[in-house]
Design a protein. Structure first.
Length: 207
């Protein structure tokens, strides 16, 4: 799971205020993780395009990503994923929502660019709890917490391995009136000894 965009990139905080005010189209994302001090640093760079779909208050996102390791001799991975997030509930004071609950479904895969024909795949369902509030100079702050459950599959030379694990993500976004957005977040596949992935994102949106 950590090789696909689901675990390789930090989640995006998509608060209800952001969704009402504008549609974010593009996010440039970065994630970084390693198991311990002896492990190579895994750097993930991805591009996510988001588009609202005309049903169930939903948003579709498509992500392409590239994973490089800090060791010069280590081959890279390429990955991609699709997510659909639907708002189940939102509320607030007056006409301005300040909280929401949604459900996100993710599927993704990755391909190893080394000599072995290694591939990985993942799928997950996540509950997304978000809050948002106005901030300075007509900007907005949004925060989300996203517990979930996912399944992963990797095909190695010695066979195919499958597993299922809980996931936990959190993110904070600062969105400006100009359409620029900044995001920081973390994502963890809950397994003993597993790494916590930290990341950031830069987004652009239109009115």
């Amino acid at each position: 799971m950590i090789l696909s965009p689901l675990g390789a990139l930090a989640p995006l905080a998509r608060g209800p205020i952001d969704d009402e005010a504008r549609q974010t189209n593009v996010w440039l994302r970065y994630g970084r993780w390693r198991y311990d001090v002896d492990d190579a640093i895994h750097n993930n760079i991805g591009l996510t395009v988001l588009r609202r779909v005309p049903f169930a208050s939903s948003e579709l996102s498509i992500t392409g990503a590239y994973l490089s390791l800090s060791c010069a001799a280590c081959p890279s991975w390429v990955s991609g994923g699709v997510s659909l997030q639907s708002t189940l509930w939102q509320g607030g004071f007056g006409e301005e929502p300040f909280a929401s609950v949604g459900l996100r479904t993710d599927v993704g895969g990755a391909h190893y660019r080394g000599e072995s024909q290694t591939t990985a795949a993942s799928a997950a369902s996540t509950l997304v709890v978000g809050v948002g509030c106005p901030f300075i100079r007509q900007s907005h702050l949004s925060a989300t917490v996203s517990p979930g459950f996912g399944m992963g599959r990797i095909a190695l030379v010695d066979g195919i391995h499958n597993g299922a694990r809980p996931t936990l993500g959190a993110a904070l976004a600062w969105t400006f009136r100009s359409g620029l957005g900044l995001n920081i977040g973390m994502q963890r596949i809950v397994i003993a000894g597993g790494p916590t992935q930290l990341g950031a994102g830069l987004g652009w949106s239109r009115q």
